[in-house]
Design a protein around this ligand. Structure first.
Ligand SMILES: CC(=O)SCCNC(=O)CCNC(=O)[C@H](O)C(C)(C)COP(=O)(O)OP(=O)(O)OC[C@H]1O[C@@H](n2cnc3c(N)ncnc32)[C@H](O)[C@@H]1OP(=O)(O)O
Ligand SMILES: O=CC(=O)O
Length: 532
C-alpha cells in the first residue's frame, strides 16, 4: 500500500508508510478535519510556543512568576465548571499506559475506574505507534479490541474503565503529515483523528470523548484547546460541551494559572491532575540558570518537598472550589517481581502516596500498572466510602503563596550514586525510546519521558550550578559526567532488554550532548524525534 491509496485533502501530504488498515483511520473525511483544524490553529500554536521562548528568556534573566494581576477577577469570581458527565464522576483510580494493543486491553480490564491512554510521554511517537494507536482506540471504543499473544487470548471484560485519551503536547509536531508544506501539530493530529472516528460512538455507548491535556504553560494555551474543541464539535455536529478535558498541571507556570485554565475550559473541563514528574522537570528547566536553585538527588524530591506540597494543595483547593475533580499524580513505583521484601516496600510507597492524596481531598489518583489498582482503590475507598468523589470537600484552610510554590527544597544530598543513577536512567530511557518503546521499568520504577527529563536536566544543572557539588565535596563537572557515561552505558547494555542494540550507543551520544552542551534542549523528545 502507498500514500496514493489515500484520498488526501488539497494541500496535505503524508510521508508515513501506509500499512494495511491505516486507510480506515486516514480517511478523506478524517484528514479533512485534521487539515481544517491545522490551518485554523497552527499559527496560534506557533505564537504560543514563541511566547514560551520569550518567557523562558525572562526567567533565565531572573524574573520570577507570580499570580497574574490581569486575571485577578477570574480568581476572585464565583463561577463553576459545567456539570461533570456521569462517566467521569467516579475516578478513584486511573490507570495509565501507552496505546499498545495488549496494554489497552489490560488497562481497560484492570478494575480501574478510568484509563488514561497515552499518545504522549509513555509512547514513542513514531508513525506506526500513532496510527496503530488510533486503530486500537477505534476497536476499544467499539468493544471489539482483541488479540492473541504467547497462546493467551486478550479481549475486553463486560465492565471496563472509562477511556480518557492524552494527545501530544503543543511542542510536538507530527512530521509525517504536512499541510501547505508545513509539519502539523501532533496534538491536533491525535485529537482530530480520535474525535472523528470515536466521539459519536462513545456518546451512543453512554460515555463521551474525554481527554487529558499535557504540558501547558498558560491559560492562553488552554484557550487554544478550547477553541479547537468548539470548532471540532461544530464540524462533527456534536453539542457544544461534549468534549471533556482534564488538564495536567505539570509546569511551574501553569501552577500560577490553575483557576484561569479551568475558566478557559469551563464548558469542557473535567478538572486538573497533579502531573508531578513533568512538574519537577519544569521547575528545573525554568530556573536552570538561577544560582539559588539546585535540587537534591531525584529520589529525594518527593511529594512532601515544600514546593510539591504547596502545588498539590493549591491544585486540590482550586479544583473543588470550581466543582471540578482533582486527580492525583503517578507514584512511579511498580510491582517488583521475584523479591517479596522489595515488593512490599514498593507497595507501601504506593499505599502512602494514595492515602495522602485521598486524605488531602483528592478524588482519585494515577497508577502505572494493573497490579496497583486494587491497592490504590482500597486507599481511596477508606476515605470516600461509597461516594464517587469528594468534590464537596472544600479546603478553605489552604492558603498557598507564590513564595511557597517557589520554595525549592531539598537541595541536599547530591551524591555520586544519584548522578550515576540519572546518567544510567537517561541512557536506558533514550535507548528504549529510540527503539520504539516510550515506557520502561528501570531499577524497579516506571520511567517515561517525564521522569527521564528530570534525570537528564538534573545532570545539566548540576554541571552548571555552583551548588552542584557531591556530598563528598567534589564539584559535578562535564568531564566527570563524560567519564561516567561509558561506564553507565556498559551497565545499560548489560541490563536493558535488547541493550546491545544500536539505539543505546546512540542514546549515550545524545545524552552526553544534551547534558554537556551549553544549550539546554527544551524537551528531550524534540531531538529524539528527528532520529526516528
Ligand atoms: C509521568 C507520567 O507521564 S505517567 C503516565 C505515563 N506512564 C505510564 O502510563 C506507565 C505505564 N506503565 C507501563 O508502561 C508498564 O507498567 C511498565 C513499562 C512500567 C512496566 O511494564 P512491564 O515490565 O511489562 O510490567 P509487567 O511485566 O509487570 O506486566 C505484567 C502485565 O501487566 C501488563 N501491564 C503492565 N503495565 C500496564 C499498564 N500500565 N496498562 C496495561 N497493562 C499493563 C503487561 O502488559 C503485562 O501483561 P501480560 O501479563 O498480559 O503480558
Ligand atoms: O504526566 C504526568 C507527570 O507526572 O509528569
Amino acid at each position: 500500500m502507498t500514500q496514493s491509496t489515500l484520498t488526501l485533502p488539497a494541500g496535505m501530504e503524508i510521508t508515513g508508510k501506509i500499512k494495511p488498515g491505516y486507510e480506515n483511520i486516514l480517511t478523506s473525511e478524517a484528514l479533512a478535519l485534521v487539515a481544517k483544524l491545522s490551518r485554523e490553529f497552527e499559527s496560534r500554536r506557533q505564537q504560543l510556543l514563541a511566547v514560551r521562548v520569550e518567557r523562558a528568556k525572562r526567567l533565565d534573566a531572573g524574573e520570577r512568576p507570580d499570580f497574574l494581576p490581569e486575571t485577578a477577577h477570574i480568581r476572585a469570581g464565583d463561577w463553576k465548571v459545567a456539570p461533570i458527565p456521569k462517566a467521569l464522576e467516579c475516578r478513584r483510580v486511573e490507570i495509565t499506559g501507552p496505546v499498545d494493543r495488549k496494554m489497552v486491553i489490560n488497562a481497560l480490564n484492570s478494575g480501574a475506574d478510568s484509563y488514561m491512554t497515552d499518545f504522549e510521554d509513555s509512547n514513542t511517537p513514531n508513525w506506526e505507534n500513532q496510527i496503530d494507536g488510533q486503530i486500537n482506540m477505534f476497536d476499544a471504543v467499539r468493544g471489539t479490541i482483541a488479540m492473541e499473544q504467547n497462546g493467551k487470548s486478550y479481549k475486553l471484560n463486560d465492565k471496563v474503565a472509562t477511556l480518557v485519551v492524552r494527545p501530544r503536547g503543543w511542542h510536538l509536531d507530527e512530521k509525517h503529515v504536512l499541510v501547505d508544506g508545513k509539519r502539523i501539530s501532533g496534538g491536533i493530529f491525535d485529537f482530530a483523528l480520535f474525535m472523528f472516528h470515536n466521539a459519536k460512538e462513545q456518546l451512543a455507548r453512554g460515555a463521551g470523548p474525554y481527554f487529558y491535556l499535557p504540558k501547558m504553560e498558560s491559560h492562553l494555551e488552554a484557550r487554544l484547546w478550547n477553541d479547537i474543541f468548539v470548532m471540532t464539535q461544530n464540524e462533527l455536529g456534536l453539542p457544544q460541551g461534549t468534549v471533556k478535558a482534564t488538564v495536567l498541571i505539570e509546569t511551574i507556570l501553569a501552577a500560577f494559572e490553575m483557576d484561569e485554565i479551568l475558566y478557559e475550559l469551563r464548558e469542557h473541563s473535567s478538572g486538573l491532575n497533579a502531573g508531578r514528574w513533568d512538574y519537577i522537570f519544569s521547575c528545573i528547566k525554568k530556573f536552570k540558570l538561577d544560582k539559588e536553585f539546585c535540587l537534591a538527588d531525584r529520589a529525594k524530591v518527593t511529594m512532601t518537598a515544600p514546593f510539591m506540597r504547596a502545588y498539590a494543595l493549591l491544585l486540590l483547593k482550586t479544583c473543588h472550589k470550581r466543582n471540578a475533580p482533582a486527580i492525583g499524580g503517578m507514584a512511579a513505583l511498580i510491582p517488583i517481581k521475584n523479591d517479596p521484601e522489595k515488593n512490599e516496600v514498593a507497595m507501601g510507597g504506593v499505599r502512602n502516596d494514595k492515602a495522602r492524596d485521598a486524605t488531602d481531598g483528592y478524588d482519585g489518583g494515577w497508577v502505572a500498572h494493573p497490579g496497583l489498582v486494587e491497592l490504590a482503590m482500597t486507599e481511596f475507598k477508606k476515605v470516600l466510602g461509597d461516594k464517587p468523589n469528594q468534590i464537596d470537600k472544600q479546603r478553605p484552610d489552604v492558603e498557598v503563596t507564590a513564595a511557597e510554590l517557589l520554595d525549592f527544597k531539598p537541595e541536599a544530598p547530591i551524591t555520586e550514586a544519584g548522578l550515576r543513577y540519572n546518567i544510567n536512567v537517561g541512557i536506558h530511557y533514550l535507548g528504549s525510546w529510540l527503539a520504539g518503546n516510550g515506557c520502561v521499568p528501570i531499577h524497579n520504577l516506571m520511567e517515561d519521558a517525564a521522569t527521564a527529563e528530570i534525570s537528564r536536566s538534573q545532570v545539566w544543572q548540576w554541571i552548571r550550578s555552583s551548588k552542584g557539588t557531591l556530598e563528598d565535596g567534589r564539584k559535578v563537572t562535564a568531564d566527570m559526567v563524560r567519564a561516567m557515561i561509558p561506564e553507565e552505558l556498559a551497565k545499560v547494555q548489560r541490563d536493558a532488554p535488547g541493550g546491545d542494540g544500536p539505539t543505546y550507543v546512540r542514546a549515550a551520544e545524545i545524552f552526553e550532548e544534551m547534558s554537556t552542551s551549553d544549550q539546554f534542549a527544551e524537551f528531550l523528545t524534540l531531538p529524539l524525534y528527528e532520529e526516528i
